[in-house]
Structures are given as C-alpha cells and as structure tokens.
Design a protein around this ligand. Structure first.
Ligand code: SAH
Length: 245
C-alpha cells in the first residue's frame, strides 16, 4: 500500500468538534506525529504508533512524517484547531520545499475548527464583519513586525483575534500590545479573553479596553478585540454586518 501524509486539525478541545473526516484519517493511520499535548488527544489502538514530540521541532516532525510516508506508512500530523492556522500545515510545506524528493508525497490537509471561531461562537458574533488574525509570538518573526501589523489592523478598523498572546518567556509583550491598542482605539472598545474554549476549564470574559489587564491572557487564551461597532446585546457580544457610510 502506498503511504500518505494528512495534516489534521483536532479542533479546540471538545471531541464533538473533531470533524468526521479527521476521525476517519486517524482510523486509517499507521502513525501519528505531533506536539505532545495534541498527540495525547488521539486514542491509542493496536497498529497505531504515536510519535509525540516537543514544541519548536516542527520541521523535524514534518521530515519524520515525509520519511515514514516514503516507507509506505499512513501518517497523520495532528495540530490543535485548524492545521493551517499558525500550525503544522505550513511547516510540512517548508519541509517539502527543502526536500524536492518529497514533492510527490500524497499530502492532504484536513481542516479543523480554529480557536478564534470556537471562541467567537461562544461569545456571540464578535467576528461578524471584517477581521484579521495575528500571532503575537515572536518565535518566528520580530516583535517590531507584530507591533506594525497590530497598529495597521487597528487603524484599518478590523476586529482582531490574537493567538499565542502571552507566555512565561515573554510576559511583557502583551502589555505592549494593550498599550498600542490604547493609542489606537477608544477606551470602551470590547475585548474578549477566551481561555481553553470547549474544554472543562473554559473561561470567557469580556471587558472594555480600559479594564483589560495583561494577566487576563495566557498561552491557552485566544483574545478577540472587537471593532468600533462591536457591542453587547444581553449576555452576547456581536459585531453588526454593516458599517455606516
Ligand atoms: N492551530 C491552532 C492554533 C495554534 S497556536 C488553531 O487553529 O486554533 C496556539 C494558540 O491557539 C494558543 O496560544 C491560543 O491562543 C490558541 N488556542 C488554541 N486552542 C485554544 C482553546 N481551546 N481556547 C482558546 N485558545 C486556544
């Protein structure tokens, strides 16, 4: 049998949010590779070898998947959320680009529900008009670039979703992000902190920009900043579909 690689999104946490297509790929796989906590979400079974690996070794992981596929294995690379959003799908193509022999590999990307959409659905419809997603981590880009994009997005009137907002190794940067938002947006602007969405630890709260504190975010939080028109209706937060002329 010929091998393949599928890059699958496991969704934000709840098993009910894993697509049937991803379940099917996992049922056919001989090998699963991925970051330790994501591989831990895959049920072990006979005939399936799990290859958990540490953070920041995405290219090695992609290389291993391509090598196993060339040997005839059926490999699923797991990501949380969607594999194309700050995750393994791009890492796999970087590995293919670096190794032309791998370009014939049978590759499929299986989408998943990304954190910002799961969070938005819980809160109401904060991403109901134009929005953008920004990865606040400076592992793979300089923080000056994060600051530049953030400022432009705020000036452009976009609602924004922030991934990787704050970690122990870079606690100051999210304070800087709030500072820039305060320069560009009004104090009443709504900000949603959505932590561990769709898991038993889920916690979602909405505050104004004036009330927002850096400690409200950690690495399990996706932050959604509304646009100028984003507002509360009852217990919900939503962004209307139209912008006045
Ligand atoms: N591919 C993933 C994102 C990986 S980056 C996706 O599409 O969702 C990791 C970041 O995603 C975390 O720092 C956090 O900002 C966000 N995230 C992932 N799962 C989450 C969840 N269940 N609740 C809130 N944020 C989450």
């Amino acid at each position: 049998m010929s091998g393949w690689v599928m890059v699958a999104g496991l969704g934000p946490g709840d098993d009910a949010l894993v697509t049937p297509q991803v379940m099917e790929a996992l049922a056919e796989a001989t090998d699963v590779v991925g970051y330790i906590p994501y591989v831990a979400r895959v049920k072990p079974r006979q005939g399936l070898t799990l290859h958990p690996s540490d953070n920041r070794v995405e290219l090695d992981r992609a290389g291993l998947a391509l090598k196993m596929a060339a040997e005839g294995k059926r490999v699923v690379i797991v990501s949380s959320g969607d594999p194309g959003v700050f995750a393994m799908a791009s890492a796999l193509f970087e590995a293919v680009e670096a190794n032309p022999a791998a370009s014939d590999t049978d590759i499929r990307i299986l989408p998943g529900i990304t954190a910002m959409l799961a969070a938005a659905a819980r809160a109401g419809a904060p991403l109901g008009h134009d929005f953008c997603a920004i990865n606040l981590s400076d592992n793979l880009k300089p923080f000056t670039e994060v600051e530049r994009r953030l400022r432009h997005a705020a000036q452009g009137g976009f609602a924004m979703a922030f991934y990787n907002p704050r970690s122990a190794s870079r606690p100051y940067q999210f304070s800087r992000v709030l500072e820039i938002l305060r320069e560009e947006c009004e104090p009443e602007r709504l900000i949603l902190f959505a932590r561990a969405v769709s898991t038993p630890e889920e916690r979602i709260h909405t505050v104004s920009l004036a009330e927002a504190q850096p400690e409200m975010a950690d690495m399990r939080t996706v932050v959604i900043v509304g646009n100028e028109l984003t507002r509360r209706v009852g217990k919900w937060v939503y962004t209307p579909r139209s912008v006045p002329a």
